[in-house]
Design a binder for this molecule. Structure first.
Ligand SMILES: [Zn+2]
Length: 169
């Protein structure tokens, strides 16, 4: 649309801006549920804190990378979850080596969702990642898991905006 600021949704009355939401999980669920979380001895974070970090490795739990998981809403708009994905240690090394390099554009990864995303859950669902924008973390682009494949491929009701207004940690 040409002028999104004038747009009010005929389905729910919200403004256009309220149909584009980003929700960022602070930690992978297995890290959140661990006693020392990201402060366990030997932990490595790509940046100064979990919110800024795009990769982390926690002893005995594993390496994780952030990814964007976009959900299209029926009638327009989208909800984008910033999730953590568990990846293989070798993939963490490979990713870290190119993350700030041109080769990053061609990065492909497979891993497992490390956050439970309401209302679907999906913790542990296998997921394929690809880079769409070199200024951003990879995107979740596909999954052999039927629920996650539907989340990525279908349109979802506006009610998700209400669920998404709850805080996530
Ligand atoms: Zn609406």
């Amino acid at each position: 649309m040409d002028n999104p600021t004038d747009f009010a949704c005929t389905m729910c009355g919200r403004s256009a801006a309220e149909h584009e939401k980003n929700l960022r999980f602070l930690l992978p669920d297995p890290v959140l549920d661990s006693p020392e979380q990201h402060e366990a001895a030997g932990s490595w974070l790509s940046h100064g804190n979990p919110n800024e970090s795009v990769m982390m490795q926690i002893p005995n739990i594993g390496p994780f990378i952030r990814a964007l998981l976009p959900v299209q809403l029926a009638g327009g708009g989208s909800l984008t979850y910033g999730v953590w994905v568990a990846i293989h240690p070798e993939d963490l090394q490979r990713t870290f080596a190119i993350y700030w390099e041109p080769e990053y554009a061609d990065l492909r990864l497979t891993g497992y969702l490390a956050n439970s995303i309401e209302p679907w859950g999906m913790l542990g669902a296998p997921v394929e990642l690809a880079v769409k924008d070199t200024e951003q973390t990879p995107y979740c682009v596909g999954s052999p898991d039927p629920v996650l494949a539907d989340v990525l491929g279908k349109q979802w009701p506006h009610d998700l905006l209400d669920a998404a207004s709850q805080s996530i940690t």
